[in-house]
Design a protein around this ligand. Structure first.
Ligand code: HEC
Ligand code: HEC
Length: 399
């Protein structure tokens, strides 16, 4: 499922020329029939922006982006005759008005199930007929642009050590539970290193998909989509060749990692350092692991968690006929975002729904409910220092 490395992409370290070329491609505003696109059609036909930097710019080239650049993505629960989870993007722009995509188009491709056969069931009180309601298999999400700083380090992270970290954490939780302490959580599931759902394990795989899906640039690893069809256009000529893709990947991999910036003032510095001890004491660091797989200051375990508050469904009949496969992340599971650079990457959460750090912390429920509760119960100075600590995690100073 993961895009794997190709020998021609992951060889020797990038030269300065490659990085300059890659940066130029990251910033290039692609046009229809672009001169850089070789025999390809250039921008589109459907796209979300005309350059990478149009979305990735906060705190410098490669940063996160505001909510107006959010991407509308969808997933479709498997049905009879379609066993895989379909997924895609509803592009916000097209080179011709008549090619513009819409949510309605997706709902037409994957229609609502209506007039479902009624189900008879018997319990101690008698026999009943249950009419299952109409069922919409399509789930939409709006996705906010994350920062790419330090992506090259994440690409090279020691994955075995990431796996072992989670196993240790789960064993710790089990042993605490046997001692009567139920407050610790098992580690979430591990998918890939990249994407809000860990849907990619390699940087080159993600960059190739971003070229095709966000800008409409067919390339050796990923074809651009056919407008409205939610399918790859296997016949489209390459808009980017191997060298262009390799250099773009090399540039993204070369983006410096975010850095903690401690205040000059000794007293303020003390507060930030104290804030980090609060962060770890109340369990934030369980998921936002400070050091992982050889990366210092990452503040993520790269695992998926459902941290939504659960709605009480007591008394409702569970609609269990159609479900996501168990191996697939649920709609509510998202990857713990690395908190490095978090001071400069608002808005927060996968949907950009939290404008401030306070709001982001407040939104933690589900698997993070205990830690969120401890934050609210902590004294005002502890809360203030924890926020001061988060605000010290800055985007790298760009040259
Ligand atoms: C329309 C806005 C937009 C444009 C244009 C865009 N991106 Fe992104 N980028 C996003 C969003 C949104 C995500 C998160 C997607 C997800 O996780 O499902 C993302 C995620 C990524 C990631 C994964 C980061 C991580 O740590 O998980 C990489 C790498 C990336 N983009 C590179 C690029 C490159 C290279 C380009 C140019 C070819 C580009 N992006 C163009 C919005 C954009
Ligand atoms: C059970 C694991 C878990 C724990 C514990 C946890 N978090 Fe999170 N955190 C997450 C996940 C998962 C997300 C992303 C959720 C989403 O996007 O829907 C997140 C998002 C965030 C964000 C937003 C980051 C961004 O880039 O959007 C901040 C800030 C944050 N957490 C801080 C904290 C703090 C502070 C604590 C302790 C009070 C904490 N977290 C405890 C898993 C956890």
């Amino acid at each position: 499922m993961f895009a794997t490395g190709y020998w021609w992409m992951t060889t020797a370290a990038a030269t300065p020329e490659q990085l300059t070329h890659g940066k130029m491609l990251f910033e290039h505003q692609w046009t229809v029939g672009d001169k850089l696109a070789g025999e390809g059609d250039g921008l589109g036909p459907v796209f979300n922006a005309d350059s990478c930097v149009a979305c990735h710019f906060q705190g410098g080239v490669g940063g996160g982006g505001p909510n107006q650049n959010n991407v509308l993505a969808f997933q479709v629960i498997p049905m009879r005759g379609r066993r895989n989870v379909a997924s895609g993007v509803v592009h916000s722009m097209a080179v011709l008005d008549e090619l513009l995509e819409s949510e309605l188009q997706v709902s037409t491709l994957f229609p609502m199930l209506t007039n479902r056969p009624s189900v008879r069931y018997t319990n101690e009180c008698g026999t009943y007929t249950y009419q299952p309601p109409d069922f919409d298999p399509v789930h939409f999400d709006t996705i906010n642009t994350p920062a790419l700083f330090g992506a090259g380090l994440i690409d090279k992270i020691n994955f075995a050590s990431v796996q072992i970290h989670g196993v240790k954490r789960s064993l710790g939780a089990i042993s605490a539970c046997l001692d009567g302490d139920m407050s610790q959580m098992l580690a979430g599931r591990l998918k890939g290193r990249f994407g809000w759902k860990g849907q990619f394990n390699s940087l080159e795989g993600f960059v190739a998909a971003a070229c095709a899906m966000e800008v409409g640039l067919s390339n050796p690893l990923k074809p651009q989509p056919i407008p409205g069809a939610q399918k790859p256009d296997e016949k489209a000529k390459w808009d980017m060749d191997r060298k262009q893709l390799r250099d773009l990947v090399a540039f993204v991999a070369s983006l410096p990692a975010p850095k903690q910036v401690l205040p000059e003032d000794a007293k303020e510095r003390q507060l930030v350092l104290h804030g980090e001890t609060v962060f770890s004491r109340i369990g934030c660091a369980d998921c936002h692991t400070p050091n992982l797989g050889g990366i210092n200051g990452l503040y993520s375990d790269l695992r998926l968690y459902d941290i939504t508050q659960k709605i009480d469904t007591y008394g409702m009949v569970e609609d269990s006929e159609f479900k996501l496969p168990v191996s697939h992340p649920t709609f509510e599971e998202w990857k713990t975002p690395p908190l490095w650079g978090v001071a400069d990457s608002a808005p927060y959460f996968h949907d950009g729904g939290s404008p401030t750090l306070e709001d982001a912390i407040d939104r933690h429920g589900g698997s993070a409910a205990n830690s969120q509760k401890q934050f609210t119960l902590a004294g005002a100075p502890d809360r203030r220092d924890l926020l001061a600590f988060l605000k010290s995690l800055r985007a790298p100073a760009m040259p």
